[in-house]
Design a protein around this ligand. Structure first.
Ligand code: SF4
Ligand code: SF4
Length: 197
């Protein structure tokens, strides 16, 4: 006869977990930012207005070369965010900790960015989650040197980002050289295969 005694202990079935990210939640949000909901941002008047404001910001940055070291740090960040492949640009992201508290201090270094908005309670960037997002702002901090530069500029206000650990190639130049070497090895082995030497 079949034994109908109920099991004395129920088995807890674990829900399937998503593969855990190598980034913190804050860094995930930075890499895939969601629009802010705690502030009513003014509408962007037009694409032309955005380009005019970007031109104004660029001219202020260029003028800054005459009197502030921040222009050099900002240019370094812009060059990296614009030209580096993601593999090199984002190599510090798995080690990034802390996060942005939207204090707005870095949007007011030397001059107030025309896309910066505050309502008395909090702050936000008008273009951060739009097609007009400014790459160096979205990728900040690229590496410890980049972070140190902004933290020095906004001090004594704290910018709570920090890094824990370091990637295999901490310096940008080291990472570029490693990528070039890897690419060369790949091509060499393909040539060897093709010509059987
Ligand atoms: S200074 Fe740091 S915390 Fe403040 S808005 Fe800029 S990135 Fe965010
Ligand atoms: S995050 Fe936005 S408001 Fe701040 S500096 Fe960058 S573009 Fe300007």
């Amino acid at each position: 006869m079949e034994n109908l005694t109920p099991p004395t202990k129920l088995v807890q079935i674990e829900p399937l977990r998503k593969a855990s990210s190598i980034h913190t939640a804050s860094t995930e949000n930075q890499l895939n930012p969601k629009p802010v909901t705690d502030i009513q941002l003014p509408p962007i008047p037009s694409d032309g207005w955005v380009y005019a404001m970007k031109t104004y910001a660029l001219s202020r940055k260029l003028l800054g070369f005459l009197y502030t070291t921040h222009s050099y740090g900002a240019t370094r960040r812009w060059l990296m965010a614009t030209f580096l492949p993601d593999k090199i640009l984002y190599r510090w992201k798995p080690y990034q900790r802390g996060g942005c508290n939207r204090c707005g201090s870095c949007c007011k270094i030397v001059f107030k960015c025309p896309f910066y908005y505050e309502d008395g309670k909090t702050t936000a960037c008008m273009v951060y989650t739009t097609k007009h997002a400014v790459p160096p702002c979205v990728t900040f901090p690229v590496d410890p040197q980049d972070l140190r530069e902004v933290q020095r500029e906004v001090a004594p206000a704290p910018c709570p980002f920090y890094f824990e650990g370091a990637p295999e190639h901490p310096t940008t130049w080291g990472a570029i050289k490693a990528e070039l070497r890897a690419e060369w090895r790949k091509r060499k082995s393909k040539l060897k295969e093709a010509f059987d030497f």
